[in-house]
Write a protein that binds this ligand. Structure first.
Ligand code: UDP
Ligand code: MG
Length: 332
């Protein structure tokens, strides 16, 4: 799976040896990391592409990122700075970057240097061999707490239930995509941008590539446990109706069992007469069924909240400023 030999034989026009590449870098308070990443990335892109652009999407940074980027874009052609009006979340920032990108190939990469640039040439080789999306998959989750790991495996378990679209577990946003894939992603109208799911939904030929994430050198992760839970609920409600169907099934089962028990009680009453014992049964049953009811209502609520978000039709993000140089239009 991780051999460097391209496994796909492509039929159709050959893909360029040195394509036009767009890099989308979402950044929230990554001043120090951007200072290191941008020159390194530019140097690599010089070697592997005929023309390139690095789109830094500032997702409402409150550090010195705006000042840095304002001066950086003037002295570094090819770097484009898109500043959002506030923090809209990584998924919205990525969507913003994808929308303005125009390369034949688009690479999404975090600003924090956790995604090794050394993987990019290999990703490109696979693209040239005909793979439309090459996505990086963490080799292991040893760097994460057990709670995060158990949570992740439960999350992917639920997402994978009876899905037509298989969302690959542990695939992150570090990926290389053909222009066709990006165009398809941009056309998706939904507000809740659960990108991992959307990447899978659009289809095309995708292949994983294992990697070991680097340590974060500057700043800190922006995703705490609560945010991860919210993210998981978004993902599940956006891509699976399994929880709703499960409650339907559980409800039917309980109704059937209750009917049997009720019939037994009626027959018992007719044969043995009135019996006032059974307080424990009543109370336990009441708690149990109230619990199930509330859980089912809560699950429905999560889906309704999603519908609410979608019908408002608000834009995904608001751009405050865009400066720098975009990739020139393709001559061909
Ligand atoms: N990020 C962003 N908006 C956010 C949160 C994060 O643009 O609301 C960016 C962040 O600057 C980084 C990338 O998304 O470049 C990944 O974030 P982080 O490193 O915090 O996530 P982790 O690697 O811990 O999953
Ligand atoms: Mg990170």
């Amino acid at each position: 799976m991780i051999s460097s030999v391209p496994p796909t034989i492509r039929h159709g026009p050959p893909r360029s040896e040195r394509p036009r590449i767009s890099c989308v870098v979402p950044a929230l308070n990554e001043h120090d990391s951007l200072l290191l990443l941008l020159p390194e990335l530019a140097e690599l892109l010089d070697q592997i592409s005929s023309a390139w652009e690095i789109i830094v999407v500032d997702d409402g940074s409150t550090d010195r990122t705006p000042q840095l980027m304002t001066t950086y874009v003037t002295s570094n052609p090819g770097v484009y700075y898109l500043q959002l009006s506030r923090n809209f979340g990584k998924e919205a920032a990525l969507s913003a970057g994808l929308e303005v990108s125009s390369g034949d190939v688009v690479i999404c990469i975090d600003a924090d240097l956790q995604h090794p640039l050394a993987l990019i040439p290999d990703m490109l080789v696979r693209w040239q061999a005909g793979v439309d999306t090459v996505y990086a998959v963490k080799r292991n989750r040893d760097d994460e707490s057990w709670l995060k790991r158990v949570g992740a495996s439960m999350f992917y378990g639920i997402l994978g239930q009876g899905q037509r679209v298989r969302i690959p577990p542990d695939a992150g946003d570090f990926r290389l995509m053909d222009k066709q894939v990006v165009d398809a992603l941009i056309r998706l109208p939904e507000r809740t941008r659960f990108m991992k799911g959307l990447y899978a939904w659009v289809g095309f030929k995708a292949e994983p590539m294992l990697y070991v994430p680097a340590e974060r050198l500057h700043g800190h992760s922006h995703f705490n446990l609560l945010q991860l839970i919210r993210f998981a609920v978004d993902g599940i409600t956006a891509f699976s109706t399994w929880p709703l169907r499960t409650f339907n099934l559980v409800g039917s089962l309980i109704a059937m069992l209750s009917f049997c028990y009720g019939s037994y009680l009626v027959i018992d009453y007719l044969i043995n007469g009135h019996d006032i014992s059974g307080w424990t049964t009543i109370v336990t049953g009441m708690f149990f069924f109230s619990g199930i009811n509330l859980m089912a209502l809560g699950t429905m609520g999560a889906y309704i909240a999603r519908i609410f978000d979608e019908v408002k039709q608000r834009p995904l993000y608001v751009v405050k400023r865009n400066i720098g140089q975009k990739l020139p239009e393709n001559e061909s």
